[in-house]
Structure formats: C-alpha cells, structure tokens
Design a protein around this ligand. Structure first.
Ligand SMILES: [Zn+2]
Length: 534
C-alpha cells in the first residue's frame, strides 16, 4: 500500500505547541474560537492539546472534537506521551470527533534516553510498537514522533520508525526539537529516512521544528523537496522559545512559488493547482484572532502578516506599484484577505449594512453579539467620520473576543498636562455587583488609571508589556492597546480598541485582570486542576 498525497498536509499546532509560548495561555472558549477559525482556514489537522496534561486540557480537546471535528471538518489530534494513561486520555477526549488522530512520542537521541528517560535503545524498540498498537485501538490514524530526531543516531532512528510503521503508525513526524538543524542537514535527514526505512511508503513523513536560529520555515521547505508531506506549524509562528514554523509563511511560500515546488510533488512545473488546502484569504483574519487572544503581538516587519508586509513607503516603489503591482509585489495583499483600507460605513449606516459588511469580512456573530457590536459601531461612528474595514475588525475584536466581564469598567476620567500631576478617577463594577470608585495620581495618565484600577481590584500584579498602535491613519484613528501582566509567574493578556487611547488602555487592563481573576477563581473551585497545571 502506498498513500503518498500529491499535496502538502497542513497540521496546525497553535493550540498545543503554540499555547506553550510563555504567557499565551487560552481558556476553553478562546481555544474553541481559534479552532473554528483554523477549520475555516482549511487546515487538515488541528492538534488541539495534550489531554492527559490536565483536566482543563482534556476538556478543551473534547469540546473542539465535538464542535469542530465534524464530518467535513479537519482531523482533530491529541498529543500523548508513549504511555497507556496518556494514550487512553487522548483516545477518550477525541472520541466525539469524526476524524481523530493520536500523536504519540518518545525520544530517540542518546542524550534524552540517558538523562531524561533513563531508558536504553532496546527499551525504545519495545515500547514504541506496543504503544502505537495501543493507540490503534482508539483510532486508525496514529502519528509517531521520535523526539529529538535531529540529534539521534540515524541507524537507530530508521529502526524505530520501521517498527512504528509496522505496528500501524500512518504518519511519522521528524522533529527538530531544539531548532539546531540547517536546511541542507534537515533535507538530508528526510532523504535518509526515505531511502533507509523499508516500509516508509506506508506512512506520511511529517516535520516539526523550532525557530531558534530563524531557520524553521527554510528547513521545512527543504524537507518538502526531500519527501516530507506534512508540515506542523502555528499561526504567527508562536510556540516554545523562538516559536514554531509559521503557517502563513509556509503556505504562502508554497503558493507563490508553486511552480518551483511542483516537480518535487510529482506535478508538471506549470501546474497551477494549489499545493495545500488552505484558503489563503483567511490568513490575515486568523493571524489577528490568534494575536488578540494570546496577546502575542506580531512584529510590524513579520513576513506575510506584519503591518508593514504590504506597505510601500519609498517613492520609487510606490510609483512602480501604482503603474503595475507586480513591479515590486510578489503577491497580492488581497490573497491573504487584507482588504484595501477603503471607507465602507459612516454614521448613517444602518444595522443591515453593518451586518452585511461583517459577513463579507467573514465574521459570523450571534444576534446578541451583533447587537453589542452595532452599539459600539454607533459610538465610534459618532467620533470618527469614516469607518473602514480595519475599524470594523477592531470593534468586533474589542467587543466580542473578550473574557467574561467579571470586573466591568463603568467610568474612567483623567486630567493631565505639563503643569499638573496626572490624576485618574475610575469606577468599576466588581464580580459581586458592587460599584466602587477610586482615584490615583501617576507618572502619566495610563499609569494613574492603572494605579486607580489596582486600588479597587487589589490583586498584586506586574505590568510586563504595554503597546498601543493606531488601527488606521488619521488624527481621529482608533487606538488598539495590548497589554500583558504577571501574577505568580503566570502571564495574562488584554486587548481593547477605542478612539480614546486612555479608555482603550483602561479596558485592556480590565480585560487582562478579568482573565487573571477567572484563573484564580477556577483554581479555588478545582484545586486538582491547579496542581496538574503547575
Ligand atoms: Zn515543538
């Protein structure tokens, strides 16, 4: 049997490896929102989490399996160490999914075997087939990863992979766990596996890698040229340390340069067929969703989804682009779903026009959320004459993609200037329904607001990141504020958009405090969960 696809399978691990980024932790609802967006984006496999890690992870994987793992939806995957308990948890969490995959892993490098696992090579050769066979009792679709493959003895690696495939692994994943490999080495590693594992044509070769040297995407593309057919990646490249290979970069490289990659997939050079199932027009929106919910900002010069990726500042470039886009652009901003920044709505636009434009932008809101967003739109339209697509997106993100409002900001007032101390007064409604007001002075207006809020909320925390950027050009532009704060070593993020940056700052702060407060309450109710999460 040979089951080699002639296209590239996109395996998204934003919710598993990506969520391991310091401070990117997401609640179940947020994970579900991201999973829905990934499904719309057209990823083939969603690695939804590590079910045995904690009851919270189990629950998230199960909810995603139920909601997103439908007949026409993606395969839902759960990670499991090569132990019976882990595999059983994954199997149970994934049960509601129409297509489900268990991804189990065990290290094969001597350094991991000796120091981390205290196991011999012979142990590994026994455990791997046993555990793959056990995973097979839950689903036909089993992926095996030899952890730290890049630093493993190739001869031993071939043996382990052969054993995994013989006992039923349908995908074998070759991780560059520590982000050390170079493209030509990685290509050679994949080629070696293709040439030396006798039953390799019965499994799909997958790659997973980290970006410690900025080489993850280049490594993967070299792996594709040598026979890899599945890429494990994350939106915006988030992930442990320097992150994973970025989905949007891989997909657009394969899209823009498809004629270069065609022959490696056995296609005629001039074929125009897409190499992945991704709907590239969903890329920008998914990127924004992930950065808003995780609080992991995208750097402006980031390839594909950075704010400057399609901006042409120099006069010569602008002139060229106006005459013919292709003079300096290798791809079209619209191909990733970036709409031209046109004025679409104004103060007099009605609810229907608002709803229609949101639908065109791909937002599907419940009636309730639509009402909330429409009220906000009217507020913004009163202050800002022209509402663009970007403003609409900021409004929806601000209004809908928020944690439950345990604390609610009722009022914020600031006085400042060059001859006075910035002074802020705030009123917050607390989770038990009380309205409390307080005031504080600060080094600047935002500092004063944050100090006043802290006096009411009274949970010690440290602000680790504060950033503000404008949604569009112009003096009346909306400002978006993203913040991250720390409490007992954990990071919580907040996001808000408003025509007034002080109001946006206050709302972003309250949003992060709501995430923090919910986590503390959750810990009180589920002490076990707290332990498992340590
Ligand atoms: Zn990883």
């Amino acid at each position: 049997m040979t089951n080699q696809p002639d296209r590239i399978i996109i395996f998204d691990t934003t919710l598993r490896d990506g969520e391991q980024s310091p401070g990117a932790s997401l609640n179940v609802e947020e994970k579900l929102n991201i999973a829905k967006a990934l499904s719309k984006l057209g990823v083939d496999v969603i690695e939804a989490g590590f079910p045995h890690a904690s009851p919270g992870d189990f629950n998230a994987v199960q909810r995603i399996a139920e909601t997103v793992g439908t007949e026409n939806g993606p395969t839902i995957c759960g990670l499991a160490r090569a132990t019976k308990q882990d595999i059983k948890s994954a199997g149970e969490a994934l049960k509601p999914a129409f297509k489900r995959r268990i991804h189990t892993f065990l290290a094969t490098s001597d350094i991991h075997l000796e120091y981390k696992l205290k196991k011999t090579r012979a142990d590994v050769l026994q455990i791997v087939p046993e555990m793959v066979a056990y995973a097979k009792t839950f689903t036909d679709d089993v992926e095996f990863s030899p952890e730290d493959a890049g630093r493993s003895d190739p001869e031993f690696l071939y043996q382990v992979l052969e054993a995994a495939i013989a006992s039923g692994a349908t995908t074998v994943n070759i991780p560059d766990t520590v982000g050390y490999t170079t493209p030509s080495e990685y290509g050679a590693l994949i080629k070696g596996i293709k040439d030396n594992v006798p039953n390799i044509d019965q499994a799909i070769i997958s790659v997973h890698g980290h970006n410690d040297l900025g080489l993850a995407v280049a490594n993967f593309l070299e792996a594709v040229k040598n026979g890899a057919r599945q890429l494990e990646c994350t939106i915006n490249g988030i992930g442990e340390r320097a992150g994973n290979a970025a989905l949007e970069e891989l997909v657009m490289a394969l899209h823009v340069r498809r004629q270069y990659f065609n022959p490696f997939l056995g296609r005629p050079t001039d074929s125009n067929e897409p190499l992945t199932n991704i709907d590239t027009k969903q890329i920008y929106k998914t990127s924004r969703l992930v950065s808003n919910l995780t609080g992991m900002m995208v750097q402006p010069n980031k390839a594909i989804v950075g704010a400057n990726a399609f901006a042409h500042e120099s006069g010569i470039h602008q002139d060229g682009v106006l005459k013919n886009r292709l003079t300096y652009e290798i791809m079209d901003a619209e191909s990733i779903g970036l709409t031209t920044n046109q004025i679409v709505l104004g103060k007099l636009s009605g609810r229907n026009a608002f709803r229609t434009r949101l639908q065109e932008l791909g937002f599907e809101l419940s009636e309730d959320d639509l009402n909330k967003a429409f009220l906000r739109f009217k507020e913004v339209a009163d202050k800002k004459r022209e509402i663009t697509d970007w403003d609409l997106e900021a409004i929806v993100n601000d209004e809908i993609q928020q944690p439950p409002e345990l604390f609610r900001l009722e009022l914020v007032q600031v006085s400042c200037g060059d001859h006075s101390s910035p002074t802020a007064t705030i009123t917050l409604r607390t989770p038990d329904g009380k309205e409390l007001s307080d005031a504080s002075i600060g080094t600047g207006p935002v500092d004063a607001v944050y100090k006043a809020i802290n006096r009411v909320v009274n949970i010690p925390n440290e602000l680790t990141e504060y950033s503000v950027k404008s949604v569009t050009a112009g003096i009346d532009a909306m400002g978006e504020v993203t913040i991250r704060l720390k409490h007992e070593g954990k990071t919580y993020s907040g996001y808000a958009a408003n025509t007034d940056v002080i109001v946006a700052s206050a709302r972003a702060y309250v949003s992060a405090l709501n995430r923090l407060y919910a986590a503390l309450e959750n810990r009180k109710e589920n002490p076990d969960l707290a332990l498992a999460n340590q």
